[in-house]
Design a protein around this ligand. Structure first.
Ligand SMILES: NC(=O)c1ccc[n+]([C@@H]2O[C@H](COP(=O)([O-])OP(=O)(O)OC[C@H]3O[C@@H](n4cnc5c(N)ncnc54)[C@H](O)[C@@H]3O)[C@@H](O)[C@H]2O)c1
Length: 276
């Protein structure tokens, strides 16, 4: 069931201090929604809070590591006690690891899976029972990626974690089909955020390759506001799949038509970017 009117609703966003999470917090706040913003970066959360308060709505901030089950449990208990169940649970926090599979050690796999997949799993497992108990139309928004269906070399762990988020969201949607909770899977394409500079670990990539990649994101990527607006529309209409930003829709449909052609396109662009 959609949430057509967001005035006074509570939107909980993880990874809200930067990029898509930050843009979404502001976009939902402009609709009159109250924001529950969590991230690792306290200073950036404080500045977001100031900006959102200026819009005349509430913004509660929490520093939480989504990859820690204990921290997520404490966070959930605090939010439920202080504010009640969120209307929208927006699992957005994520990191990337860049580097070819065989050039990378295995430690990063655990880190990427813990943040990108387990962060979403903890959020859903802890908050959804409270959302169900509170009743009414509510929505879970899980951020996956176009990387979950369009293969990009040097992103094996990231792609695996995002494909897992998509698969998990598909199952969750079925299991919640008899409730008023909609589950939305968001697959952004190329978005110009700090992800490849701030959170990325990049073994085996030269600084020139990294610079090339960052220039590509700056040149080809769209503003995170585009994703924020697409998610807002998905919440207002109850849409379950959001393909947002450059290349997301194109690669999604291309894969349905010809996996071989998609592979050719992805290989060509990886070579242009100097990955291969
Ligand atoms: N930028 C893109 O091109 C793109 C494309 C597809 C999907 N995504 C996904 O969108 C989401 C947001 O990414 P972004 O591009 O806005 O990046 P970003 O780096 O600008 O923002 C990510 C935020 O998550 C926070 N974060 C990281 N690890 C965390 C943890 N363990 N606990 C809590 N917070 C943590 C960071 O501090 C940061 O504020 C991610 O899940 C990412 O994988 C991004």
């Amino acid at each position: 069931m959609a949430i057509a009117q967001l005035q006074g609703k509570q939107i909980l966003i993880t990874g809200a201090a930067s990029g898509i999470g930050r843009a979404s917090a502001i976009t939902f706040a402009r609709e009159g929604a109250h924001i529950i913003a969590s991230d690792l970066q306290l200073e950036a959360l404080r500045s977001l809070q100031e900006e959102i308060h200026a819009l005349g709505v509430q913004c509660h901030i929490y520093t939480v590591d989504v990859s820690s089950e204990a921290a997520m449990r404490t966070f959930c208990e605090q939010v439920i006690a202080e504010l009640g169940a969120p209307d929208v649970l927006y699992n957005n926090a994520g990191i990337v690891h860049l580097g070819k599979f065989l050039d990378s050690d295995l430690a990063h796999w655990q880190r990427v899976i813990n943040v990108n997949l387990m962060g979403v799993v903890y959020g859903c497992h802890l908050f959804i029972p409270h959302m169900l108990a509170a009743g009414g139309a509510r929505q879970v928004v899980n951020v996956s990626s176009a990387a979950s269906f369009a293969p990009a070399p040097s992103m094996a762990a990231y792609a695996a974690s995002k494909a897992a988020v998509a698969g998990f969201s598909d199952v969750l949607r079925l299991e919640l089909a008899g409730s008023e909770i909609v589950v939305t899977d968001v697959c952004p394409g190329v978005i110009n955020t700090a992800i490849s500079t701030s959170s990325a670990t990049t073994p085996g990539m030269t600084s020139a390759q990294l610079q090339h990649l960052q220039n590509y994101y700056a040149r080809e990527g769209c503003s995170p506001d585009v994703v924020a607006n697409d998610v807002l529309q998905a919440v207002k209409t109850g849409k379950t799949l959001v393909l947002s930003g450059p290349y997301a829709r194109l690669t999604f449909h291309l894969k349905r038509i010809s996996r071989r052609l998609l592979q050719k396109v992805m290989l060509g662009s990886a070579r242009k970017l100097g990955y291969l």
